[in-house]
Design a protein around this ligand. Structure first.
Ligand code: GLN
Length: 240
């Protein structure tokens, strides 16, 4: 089998904190284990958007990093929206989760406009939400990670939550939701990195990408997640 899958990382220079690059490494390695050839393309400020991508991922960033990439993100917003509508799998963590929504009003009152792929809106609050998080989801079971954000995100009527918080805050301090999804686009506050700790989400992104491109998903080998399961049990018991 010589099938390739192209992963596009959005703004790794400006939006890539708390280990989010681990998401790229996990996708790469799991694709290899399954017998596919991964290609990783970085999309940074001012780059031209590639003609073909199979998975898109994006990480978190400081408010200043979000401000820096905002205009460029709006310029590629219609392309990203079309790709989301056609079922391209995407994972957006924290800062880019916020900007995949309608927008983020930061602590100093700056209004960052988002691209509206997800029906969510974010407002900075005085209390920063920091610490380990455990959630429960229908699709991926327990999702675990680490959050650190001032923005609190609220779901619009069309948004579906990714999970419910068991430990931590997730989207905000008012409701128990964490993250949101639309079609195959997942938005979440969870760093960690997320995908090494939650391989079911990695495999979901991979499976969708392969089916979109090649029609069926027939991995040559199924990764052994024995040690990941043990590590998850420890991570779930860690203090907030
Ligand atoms: N700057 C944003 C906030 O503080 C996002 C932070 C992050 O990506 N961790 O809410």
């Amino acid at each position: 089998m010589n099938q390739s899958i192209t992963i596009l990382q959005l703004y790794p220079r400006d939006m890539n904190i708390y280990g989010d690059y681990g998401n790229t490494l996990t996708l790469k390695r799991r694709l290899e284990w399954c017998g596919f050839t991964p290609r990783v393309i970085d999309y940074n400020l001012g780059d031209s958007f590639p003609a073909h991508v199979d998975i898109i991922i994006g990480g978190g960033g400081q408010d200043s990093g979000q401000n820096k990439i905002q205009a460029d993100l709006l310029s590629i917003g219609p392309t990203l929206k079309t790709l989301a509508d056609t079922g391209v799998p995407m994972l957006m963590v924290c800062g880019l989760y916020q900007l995949f929504g309608h927008g983020f009003v930061t602590a100093d009152g700056t209004q960052l406009v988002g691209i509206g792929v997800l029906d969510v809106t974010t407002y900075a609050k005085p209390q920063r939400l920091i610490g380990n998080v455990v959630t429960k989801s229908h699709r991926f079971g327990e999702i675990i990670g680490y959050e650190n954000h001032s923005g609190q995100t609220f779901l619009g009527t069309h948004a579906k939550p990714l999970a419910r918080v068991v430990v931590g805050d997730g989207n905000n301090t008012d409701d128990e939701f964490e993250g949101a999804y639309y079609k195959n686009v997942i938005g979440t506050y969870l760093h960690g990195s997320l995908l090494p700790k939650n391989p079911l989400i990695a495999d979901f992104l991979i499976r969708q990408a392969v089916i979109n491109k090649y029609g069926t998903f027939e991995p040559e080998f199924t990764p052994d997640d024995h040690f990941t399961r043990l590590a998850r049990q420890v991570a779930m018991k860690r203090p907030r």
